[in-house]
Design a protein around this ligand. Structure first.
Ligand SMILES: [Zn+2]
Length: 299
C-alpha cells in the first residue's frame, strides 16, 4: 500500500466513524437540517441541486449503453441500512458506458429516497431511485469515492399515479422483513426476479452534472445522470416506505437531503433524439416490404 492510498484509507475510516450517527430531520416536527460534518458542510460541488431545464446547456453525446440491465436477477439483497432501503449483490454485472462517461462503470447498489432529492425546475417528486455505479478502474467504492471520475449515479424520479410501479412493488414485497430497526443491516434475499430496467423503462433524455454523494462522506466524485422522464408510482407505495425504521425505532418519514448551492456549475441537457427517429424509419421500411408483398399476392 503506498502512502497516498494509506492516507486515503485513514481519512475515509475517520470519516465513516464520525459520520456513523448522521440522520435526517423530522420535517413534521419542523426540525432543521443537521450539519453532517466534513465535505458535507465545506464542499463546493455538493448534491442534490435544482436542475433547471431552461438554464441547462444543450449537449450531445453517444447514447448511454446499458449492459445486462434487462436481465432478471434472483437473490438480490435487500437491506434497511437506517437511511434507505438498499439493493445489492446482483446476479449479473451491469455495466454503464458512453453518454458523458469516458470509462466503463458497474452497478454497485440501488437505493430509494422518499421525496426526491433532485428537483427539476423547482418541482420535488415523491420518490427518487439512485442507481450507484463505480468506475471499473477502481477496485471498490471507498477508493472510487476519492476520485472525481469515481462514481456515476443514475437518478430516476417518480410522479404520482394510480398505476403501481412493478419494480418498486417487488422491493416493497420484502419491506416487512427488513423495516424494523431491530433488523437494520440484515440482508433479505429476493425470491422474486428483479429487473433493473423496470425502474426506468425508457431514457428520453437526461440532465448531467458533476456533484457528490448525498449522504456522508458527501464525496465529490459523482457524475450525476438524472433522467428527464419521470415514471409512475402510487402514493400508497411511497407511504409504505415511510414505515422504515431508523436508529431507536424512529420512523424514517423522509430521507432526502436539502438542495445544495450550485455554485455556477454547468448542468448539461442531453436529449435522446435518435431513439425517436429510429422507430419511424423501421416502421416505414416494414410497411414498404409489406406493401410489396401484398402487391405481389394481389397480382
Ligand atoms: Zn441516494
Amino acid at each position: 500500500m503506498n502512502l497516498k492510498v494509506l492516507l486515503y484509507t485513514v481519512f475515509i475510516t475517520i470519516g465513516i466513524t464520525t459520520a456513523s450517527h448522521w440522520g435526517y430531520p423530522d420535517l413534521d416536527a419542523d426540525e432543521a437540517f443537521p450539519m453532517w460534518g466534513g465535505l458535507c458542510d465545506t464542499g463546493t460541488h455538493q448534491s442534490p441541486i435544482d436542475l433547471s431545464q431552461k438554464g441547462a446547456l444543450k449537449a450531445e453525446y453517444d447514447d448511454l449503453d446499458f449492459h445486462n440491465y434487462n436481465r432478471a436477477h434472483t437473490g438480490v439483497s435487500v437491506v434497511n441500512n437506517g437511511h434507505s432501503i438498499q439493493l445489492s449483490k446482483f446476479q449479473y454485472p451491469m455495466k454503464l458506458e458512453r453518454g458523458p462517461l469516458l470509462e466503463g462503470y458497474e452497478v454497485e447498489q440501488i437505493h430509494l429516497h422518499w421525496w426526491s432529492e433532485h428537483t427539476i425546475d423547482n418541482v420535488r417528486y415523491p420518490m427518487e431511485a439512485h442507481i450507484v455505479h463505480r468506475n471499473k478502474r477502481y477496485p471498490n467504492m471507498t477508493m472510487a469515492a476519492n476520485f472525481k471520475d469515481g462514481l456515476a449515479v443514475i437518478g430516476v424520479l417518480y410522479h404520482v399515479s394510480n398505476q403501481e410501479n412493478e419494480a418498486i412493488d417487488t422491493v416493497l414485497e420484502y419491506l416487512d422483513e427488513v423495516k424494523s430497526y431491530k433488523n437494520m443491516n440484515q440482508e433479505v434475499h429476493m425470491k422474486r426476479p428483479f429487473v433493473v430496467r423496470d425502474l426506468f423503462p425508457t431514457v428520453a433524455g437526461y440532465l448531467t452534472y458533476a456533484g457528490s454523494l448525498t449522504t456522508p462522506s458527501c464525496a465529490e466524485s459523482v457524475t450525476w445522470i438524472v433522467l428527464l422522464e419521470t415514471f409512475p408510482v402510487t402514493m400508497e407505495q411511497v407511504e409504505k416506505f415511510k414505515q422504515t425504521e431508523c436508529d431507536g425505532g424512529r420512523k424514517l418519514k423522509n430521507n432526502y437531503r436539502i438542495i445544495q448551492k450550485s455554485n455556477n456549475r454547468p448542468v448539461l441537457l442531453v436529449l435522446n433524439n435518435r431513439t425517436g427517429a429510429a422507430a419511424p424509419v423501421g416502421v416505414s421500411i416494414g410497411l414498404v416490404v409489406l406493401a410489396a408483398l401484398l402487391a405481389r399476392f394481389l397480382n
